[in-house]
Design a protein around this ligand. Structure first.
Ligand SMILES: Cc1cc2nc3c(=O)[nH]c(=O)nc-3n(C[C@H](O)[C@H](O)[C@H](O)COP(=O)(O)OP(=O)(O)OC[C@H]3O[C@@H](n4cnc5c(N)ncnc54)[C@H](O)[C@@H]3O)c2cc1C
Ligand code: FES
Length: 261
């Protein structure tokens, strides 16, 4: 883990309220694994007081990439950063995805900004047999990957309003992929809003499919010191709680208590 003042290399709008940022940090980029995250201090001083967590979307040489949606005060400040500005970043943090063995076909299921860590995972897996599904509310939210310099990934899209790709939820795409995936066992890797994660986990656990979920939670410290990110583990496990920042953000779906999440 490193704590550095990093230079903003670029920070550009790529979809509705969505920005793609590159920050220069060789040590952090080298150490980053898919599913890990960074805590970003969006500006110096005490407003906002807390760093904001963002998944690592990829690395390009010594540049670490993040993809973020402007949802409030901190992300609005971040969206105003220009190349040459400096921001303090802590990372890489947390436990990332366990890559599947060759005998398992990876199915990646993203909802909205949940695509960020799955882009990194997909590039890292570089598997011809992987399926990448991405759900959005409406088409202006769709993050086009080619203009980001991310070549070779073309997720199958679902939009809830039907303006692009499958009309409906990404979980419907998942069910259709699962019903036709007969050649080898599959493993699911997912990140997105909680209701979507619940639905994906229900499908996976119901069919005994291994499923790794990347969870979001409010985070104050990002390093296990504040207890702010505790989540309840599945009944019967020795430790009743896990910390999203240290034990996750990626969890085996069957280790979480989905009833109380
Ligand atoms: C491990 C992890 C990885 C994440 N990766 C991404 C990513 O790749 N791209 C992306 O766009 N977003 C990501 N998020 C969510 C992102 O951290 C929040 O959107 C951001 O912190 C909001 O800050 P804000 O000041 O703009 O919003 P605020 O004004 O503080 O609040 C607006 C909304 O954001 C939520 N929020 C605020 N602070 C946090 C926080 N510290 N953690 C989680 N949610 C918060 C609030 O509940 C509220 O709904 C991730 C969160 C976690 C925990
Ligand atoms: S964010 Fe502080 S313990 Fe996890």
């Amino acid at each position: 883990m490193f704590e550095e003042s990093t230079e903003v290399v670029f920070n550009k709008g790529v979809a509705r309220n969505t920005f793609f940022m590159g920050i220069r940090s060789g040590p952090m980029a080298d150490a980053s694994r898919p599913g890990q995250f960074v805590m970003v201090q969006v500006r110096s001083g005490i407003d906002p007081l807390l760093r904001r967590p963002f998944s690592i979307c990829g690395v390009n040489g010594d540049v670490l990439l993040i993809l973020y949606r402007v949802v409030g005060h901190g992300t609005a400040i971040l969206s105003e950063k220009k190349p040459g500005d400096f921001i303090r970043v802590l990372g890489p943090l947390g436990k990332g995805f366990e890559p599947p063995g060759k005998a398992v076909q990876p199915i990646l299921v993203a909802g909205g900004m949940g695509i960020a860590p799955l882009i990194f995972l997909s590039l890292n897996l570089a598997r011809k047999d992987q399926q990448f599904l991405a759900g959005y509310g409406i088409s202006p939210e769709i993050v086009p990957l080619d203009p980001l310099g991310i070549r070779g990934l073309s997720p199958t899209i679902a939009t809830e309003d039907g303006s692009q790709g499958h009309h409906g939820r990404v979980t419907e795409l998942l069910e259709s992929v699962l019903s036709s995936a007969k050649e080898k066992p599959v493993g699911i890797f997912t990140c997105g809003p909680l209701p979507m994660l619940k639905a994906v986990s229900r499908i996976a656990l119901g069919q005994n499919i291994p499923c790794q979920v990347s969870l979001e939670s409010n985070m104050a410290c990002g390093v296990g010191a504040c207890q702010g990110c505790a989540v309840k583990k599945a009944p019967g496990l020795i430790e009743p709680y896990a910390h999203v920042c240290q034990d996750g953000p990626v969890f085996d779906a069957k280790t979480l208590d989905w009833e109380v999440l």
